[in-house]
Design a protein. Sequence first.
Length: 587
Amino acid sequence: MDFAQSTSVKGVSRAVRTGSLCLRFMWIIALFFGFGIAIFLLCDIFGLYIANETVTNIDEVNHKPTFPDVTVCNLNPFLTLEDERLSINDYFKFLNRFSNVSKERVKDIFGENTTKLELDELRGKIVSIAGFHQNSHPSVNESKDSVTIPDPFILSCKWYDWMWGEITYGNATHNCSDAIQAFRSPDYVLCYTIKVPETVRDTDVRGLTLVLYLNENVDGHIPRFHPNLGFSIAAGARVSIQAPGVMPDNKKGISVSPGHETTIRLETTEYERRVEPRGTCSDTTYAGHADEKVKYSESICTEMCFQTQIINHCKCIDAMLPHTSDHLHGYPYCGAIPNIHHFVHNTKANGSEGNTSLEEAFRQMGRNTLCAIRYVVNTTACQASCLQPCREKTYRYSVSQAVWPHPAYSLALFERMAEDNPTLNQRFLNYTALVKRWRDQDEFQVTETGDGSLEPQGPNPTGFGPPPESTLNQNPTQVDTDQAVRDLSEELAQLKGINNNFLQLKILFGEANSIKIKQGPKITVASALGNVGGVMNLWIGITFMTLVELCELCFKIVTAWKRPVPKPDQNTNGEAMREMSIASLDK
């Protein structure tokens, strides 16, 4: 009774001490109501805590972002590498030879159950650039040292710092020669991944400029058009931007057209996700084998999972899905025709090599390709096993284009690009001749005087404006410079070589900041304790000190129970004994 009267739970003490039955009834009702509301709110707090729900915070972080890896691929379908064992024209001629086979024979080769839609998809995969590259070389993922590059593709590459100046190292400016990794691609022949050089911090790079030569002066004909969402048949280049170390995904890239300057403005987004039980993310570092140093990403993991299912079921590789070097060493491409090099170079259509006939080779290729077409991958299993990475860096970008170059810069551009590439001089003889005429008509000459100084000579030493009238009168055979320039410009306007074969890329950060998206628990231990304390104090009036009071009460009860009770004397009655017991409890 004394504890109830003195406790800090105000409702209990008031209900005990009041002498009015109405007030006591009111306090009892209030206590029950408060306890009910408190229990309801506490259950809600506890349910949210064990549900492990997360909250996402979005912040703008003011620090220099990391420059990404940039992958560029030439979209010219007739580019071939010098070590290709099969030319693209020979490949399509070979397929055209087999296209005259009757429908009945096709059914016999590929099976009676093959539908027209399946045959159309099979032709689309084989009679294509991807089909050619599956048959032209046994391996498509090779290092830069093993790839023989026939023509220059990246003519100019420069890095820029945050002050818009070229990045220098020592006394020289940085170029991309020590930061390019060339690799074969089953869809775009040859691609180049440009990484920030090891001698430069990736956060010191603001932008990158590239001048690309597309070599579109190649005549050819692709016999079949097959629309594909992940494959571009445009003229120009394919550009993919990804975080450093992540495998490029050309299916998600952008196509840039020749004769244009394309500016790609980047914005960085950094993600921090939580692992189980508070989140669902993967802390895996590498996708596939760690030796290949391919950083993990959800999309690469999912597509590799699809690839693994197809390999296990069909025993062949789908060329349009990512694959590792171990895959290439153990399995053929689904679209690869066995012994195709023998059949292409054999004058007999039904030639054979060993016991493998031409029809048997097509039958094996068709069996593999149709198996991959018909197989339905288990997307649920792949999505369940491929979670988002716990730490991820992505790049959003906006793209703008303008016609490039301005006609006034055409000859200067060609002269600069052809300076170290004699091949360009041979392929663009018209431009070479115009550059020579342009230089021959230059009226500005510099000679060295006797004292070692330089003195301009000629009819117009300043190089600006028309020659002096007196000079023209003295030399009536002087060429009309203005007319010569106009004639040169008209001839240059008729040429389309630069517009059809060159383009410029500018990839840069707009601002020195990034967006950080971080997941956190919706209710932490601290917030849960605070909520519990607030509910208990608001609706019941129980505080931490109330718990101390309860501990004190328990201590008194235990000590009173363990204390021996003295035996009563003869003259002591039962009422005296009860008073002693009550007194001991109060102590």
